[in-house]
Design a protein around this ligand. Structure first.
Ligand code: ATP
Ligand code: MG
Length: 292
C-alpha cells in the first residue's frame, strides 16, 4: 500500500500547516454593509474572481459570514477540502488562515471558506482579550502570499465584522437602492470612525457601491441618490444593475465572468475591478485591463 506523507496529504485536502511567509504584500479589502441581501457576497465573489481573471492578480477570498455563501457561490470552482475550520483558526490563535486557503479552478484565486461554527465563535470571541484582532493576527502570513485579500462580511456589526474591519486596509460598502440600506451606510461610517478613534486603525474608504440598480424605480432611485449625496466623495462611479445572470451564475457556482462575460452584471463588475485596481494603486490608469 502506498503511504502518503502528512505534507502530501495536507496538500490534497487543501492548505499548508505552518505555512511560511511569501514575498507579496496584499491589499486587504472588506466588503461590508449592515443590511442583509444588498449584494455583499455577489460583490466580494465577483471582485475577487475579477481581480484574478481580468488582471492576473493573486487573490484570496475570505468568508467571514457563517452562512457560507462564498463557498456556495463558487462551488463549481472549489478544489479540495479545508483541513481546519476558519472558526478553529480564529479561536486557536496560533495558526494562519493561509493553512486553509483552498485552490479553485480559476488561476490566481483561492478561498478561505467559513463554517457553521463561525456564528457561535463570535460569542466565544467576546470573552477574549484582543477579540477584535483575531483575524488580523491570523492573516499575517496570508498577507504575504497574495496581491489582494477580499473579505466578505456578515450582515451586522458584530465581532466578526469588527475583526474584518481591523484586518482590512480598504472598505467597500454595497448599498442597494433602498432607504434602509442608506441608514446602514450611516452606521458603517460611524463604526469606521469608532474603530479609528478607539482602536487606532484607520481604514481607507474605497467607496459606497450602488447595487441592484433598477432604472425603472426612478422615484426611489432619486430619493436614495439624494440621501447618498452626503457621501458624494465616496460614492463609486460604478453602478451594479439588477441582473438575473448574476444570481444564475451564483446558483451554478461560478463567478459571472466565466458564466456570461457579456451580461450587464459582468460588465459592471469588470468596471469595479478596474476602479479598485486604480484606487488602491495596484495599477496606474494606463495599465487597466482591456474591456471584456
Ligand atoms: N445585482 C444583482 N442583480 C440581481 N440579483 C442580485 C444582484 N446582486 C445580488 N443578487 C442576488 O440577491 C441575493 C442576495 O445577494 P448577496 O448574497 O450577494 O447579498 P448579501 O448582502 O451578501 O446577503 P447576506 O446579507 O445574506 O449575506 C442573491 O440571491 C444574489 O444572487
Ligand atoms: Mg452574503
Amino acid at each position: 500500500m502506498t503511504s502518503l506523507f502528512p505534507s502530501q496529504l495536507r496538500r490534497l485536502i487543501g492548505g499548508e500547516r505552518g505555512a511560511s511567509r511569501g514575498a507579496r504584500e496584499a491589499r486587504v479589502i472588506a466588503v461590508c454593509a449592515q443590511k442583509g441581501g444588498v449584494g455583499k457576497t455577489t460583490t466580494a465573489v465577483n471582485l475577487a474572481a475579477g481581480l484574478a481573471m481580468l488582471s492576473d492578480q493573486r487573490v484570496l477570498l475570505v468568508d467571514m459570514d457563517g452562512q457560507g455563501h462564498c463557498a456556495s457561490a463558487l462551488h463549481a470552482e472549489l478544489r479540495g477540502v479545508a483541513a481546519e475550520s476558519l472558526s478553529g483558526i480564529l479561536l486557536g490563535r496560533r495558526r494562519d488562515i493561509q493553512e486553509i486557503a483552498l485552490p479553485t479552478a480559476i488561476e490566481g484565486l483561492w478561498v478561505c471558506p467559513s463554517d457553521k461554527d463561525l456564528g457561535a465563535a463570535e460569542g466565544v470571541m467576546a470573552g477574549k482579550i484582543g477579540k477584535e484582532m483575531l483575524l488580523r493576527s491570523a492573516m499575517k502570513v496570508a498577507r504575504t502570499h497574495y496581491d489582494f485579500i477580499v473579505i466578505d462580511c456578515p450582515p451586522n456589526l458584530g465581532n466578526l465584522t469588527v475583526n474584518a474591519l481591523l484586518a482590512a486596509d480598504w472598505l467597500i460598502v454595497p448599498c442597494d437602492m433602498s432607504m434602509l440600506s442608506v441608514e446602514g451606510v450611516d452606521d458603517i461610517f460611524e463604526t469606521v470612525e469608532t474603530v479609528g478613534d478607539a482602536l487606532g486603525h484607520h481604514l481607507s474608504m474605497l467607496g459606497v457601491l450602488r447595487t441592484r440598480y433598477d432604472a425603472r424605480n426612478q422615484k426611489v432611485n432619486e430619493a436614495v441618490e439624494a440621501s447618498l449625496s452626503r457621501y458624494a466623495r465616496w460614492v463609486l462611479p460604478t453602478v451594479i444593475p439588477v441582473n438575473t445572470t448574476l444570481a444564475q451564475a451564483q446558483l451554478e457556482g461560478h463567478p459571472v465572468f466565466g458564466f456570461d462575460p457579456r451580461c450587464r452584471g459582468a460588465q459592471a463588475y469588470a468596471e469595479l475591478v478596474e476602479e479598485v485596481l486604480v484606487r488602491t494603486g495596484a495599477v496606474t490608469a494606463a495599465e487597466v485591463p482591456a474591456p471584456l
